[in-house]
Design a protein around this ligand. Structure first.
Ligand SMILES: Nc1ncnc2c1ncn2[C@@H]1O[C@H](COP(=O)(O)OP(=O)(O)O)[C@@H](O)[C@H]1O
Ligand SMILES: [Mg+2]
Length: 303
């Protein structure tokens, strides 16, 4: 009998999304075992390179999110060991995680991106940088950490305080409309979902601790043509950033204009069995185990 393929599942890490990565890893581990892989689970830290050299896996399943795991740094460490790994490479990860740099790519491709200023907390304190409401967000974060809708001076003060450790932030035009997210998976397959969040916007609580109050609507309540259009935009964005494997792109369909504004591409989207990419894939007939298997096969063959 052929020996089992050895998969190193890396999770946890050091980012503010550590907790989410741990949750993602539980379902991925179970699925890898069901898919008959040998699994080595590693809570990834600065010893990662040593661990890879020690266990010599056939492939690495990256279940990390956010800083270090999603921004090209872990990808760089893994590439130095020549072991294939899941999802995007160094360059695409760096670009996608950096909302400023990726916005430049989107704008060049004529995707609609909300009017945004890259600035710092020092520069906006006591100044009217943009008319309310606007969105204040970190340049390099995920899971809505640090993101706030600023409607008045009190909100501004609150979010300046929340982000006080950050050198750079983005001040972005608020887009009022439906939130539509598009998954890319399985050799250019696409699917989409509409999110109606529990809270005012799709914040950390609405994403992960919503008691089922955030509505996930598949297919989104938009026209067939709009679905085809937005899924095609996401595929273009995925390819323009050079993404591999799965990704999830966030859009807002502006109520008044009918314009789809792109917010970002996520190269390490949440992978709990109820996360959006698995949910979208399932609605299109690809179950969680098939999805996990495809991600591994893609990592092993598509580099
Ligand atoms: N310009 C915007 N207009 C309206 N809502 C926004 C805007 N930017 C972000 N949001 C809200 O904040 C959430 C998180 O923002 P996003 O840019 O996707 O950052 P993250 O990487 O943290 O997910 C979005 O899903 C959306 O609900
Ligand atoms: Mg997002």
């Amino acid at each position: 009998m052929k020996s089992k393929k050895r998969v190193m599942l890396i999770y946890g890490g050091i980012s503010s999304e550590r907790e989410i990565s741990i949750i993602s890893s539980i379902g991925i581990n179970e699925s890898l075992i069901r898919n008959n892989y040998e699994v080595i689970k590693i809570d990834a830290d600065e010893n990662l390179e040593k661990e890879i050299k020690k266990y010599k896996p056939d492939v690495i399943f990256n279940a990390l999110h956010g800083t270090w795991g999603e921004d090209g740094k872990v990808q760089k460490i893994i590439e130095s060991t020549n072991v294939p790994y899941t999802n995007s490479g160094i360059k695409a990860s760096e670009l996608a995680m950096d909302k400023h740099k990726s916005s430049e790519v989107f704008t060049k491709m004529n995707l609609c991106y909300p009017n945004t200023k890259l600035t710092s907390l020092k520069l906006i304190e006591g100044k009217d940088i943009m008319n309310y409401p606007y969105v204040l967000k970190p340049r390099n974060e995920g899971s809505s950490v640090g993101v706030g809708i600023i409607k008045n001076d009190d909100d501004k003060e609150k979010y300046i305080d929340l982000n006080k450790e950050r050198d750079e932030i983005l001040i972005q035009e608020f887009i009022d409309g439906k939130e539509i997210q598009v998954a890319i998976y399985g050799d250019n397959k696409t699917g989409s979902i509409e999110i109606d969040p529990k809270n005012e916007f799709y914040d950390y609580e609405s994403k992960y601790f919503d008691n089922g109050e955030t509505k996930h609507i598949i297919p989104p309540r938009i026209t067939e043509d709009q679905i085809v259009f937005v899924e095609n935009l996401a595929l273009k964005a995925h390819n323009a950033l050079g993404c591999k494997g799965i990704s999830r792109t966030d859009f807002i369909l502006e109520k008044d204009s009918g314009i789809f504004y792109i917010l970002e591409v996520n190269t390490q989207p949440g992978m709990t069995p109820t996360s959006l990419v698995p949910e979208i894939a399932k609605s299109k007939g690809t179950d969680f185990d098939e999805l996990i298997n495809w991600i591994i096969d893609d990592a092993s063959t598509n580099r």
